[in-house]
Design a protein around this ligand. Sequence first.
Ligand code: AMP
Length: 428
Amino acid sequence: MNYTAPRGTRDILPTESAVWQWIENQTIELCQKYGFHEIRTPIFEQTDLFQRAVGEATDIVSKEMYTFSDRGERSLTLRPEGTASIVRAYLQHQLAATEKISRLLYRGPMFRYERPQAGRYRQFYQLGFEILGAASALVDAEIISMGIDLLAKLGITDLTVSINSVGCDVCRPVIREQLRGFLQESLPQLCDDCRYRFEKNPLRILDCKNKTCQNYFSGLPSSTKILCQSCGEHFSSLITYLDLLKVNYAVDDFLVRGLDYYTKTVFEIRSNQLGAQNAICGGGRYDNLVHELGGQPTPAFGFAIGMDRLYMVLEQLNHIPTIKTDIIDFYFMTMGEKERQWACKIMHDLRNNGLSCDINYDIASIKTLFRDAERKKALFAIIIGEDELDKQAISVKNMKTREQYNIHAENMIIELIKLRKEINQVPI
Ligand code: AMP
């Protein structure tokens, strides 16, 4: 029988995985400068949590969740996104009692039953950032700018940054009514999804990708013009800060995002390199969610980066870096069992000194071994034959310059480390 990964999922093989680790390390390094700390939450949660947080009328909750009953008849769901779990953990562990503002970073797989296509998976990976406890629009601007800086650090600069405001409990009903009023007459011409959303969740209509429907949206009055005073001030303050931080953004009246918890600011960063699924980051403010999940009213802001898409962009741009794990420092070529026993001890010491080593486990000709060392991008070959064993001195060959050295057992580790350091090749 042949098994393959389930539809919409894939294996991240070692070469790609090494790049993911590099991305994650770069991210952690940058966001530590903003005071973020990592949190790890379970991959599944009680189903109610997502129903409540993300919203019953969203596509995620109504069509895309992986929900199952465990053997104790509890309804559980594989997390479709990260924010709900973070807020749950924030409340469960009373993080507000220990720090006024929590800055949390998370990473890992998310699950949505979507139609798979390029850049859209059923199991995909996010790096997410949440700030809980701060209402200032400076937070929104700082974090949007951090996202852009992070992408720039990875070599991605050809981006479109869109921002919008979806208002709050006060002005959202006005925005909804304005939208309903505007689309009322065209309703029979709109698709089934739009007609359903018209009743249940009118703002989401603006997310419709159907070209016929989109024609009916043109001329729609801008929602940012009818925000209440608080949301209006927040939005103009956001713009002031974004300008100060020299962020190149566009206000997009149609940006609404697929989760119901957003209030005020929403934003998205798209890569001009990708096709239909071109959003690499998305997020916004969610000032009501902590309260809705049982906590004190707490303003919050967050966003997530899609790792799968980020990698795709790097690939398209030919920006995949050379990673250290792609090379090895020393490749041991041994000619027999006794030689291998000696090599085994040297390798152990070298590895404990931070150097990478490999060895031939089977007998092979020296020619085959050199080919293997080249394939593994070894910097040095270490040859240990009978002669070397007798003299207690190994032969070391620089694979690039072909220079050869004899190093005696005494001080061998120190000498080898010195040799490696002399090579001016420091991959990431
Ligand atoms: P969201 O959680 O919907 O706000 O999405 C945030 C980011 O996650 C998006 O900008 C995408 O980069 C990524 N993303 C969302 N859904 C998928 C998916 N099905 N497959 C791959 N990446 C996704």
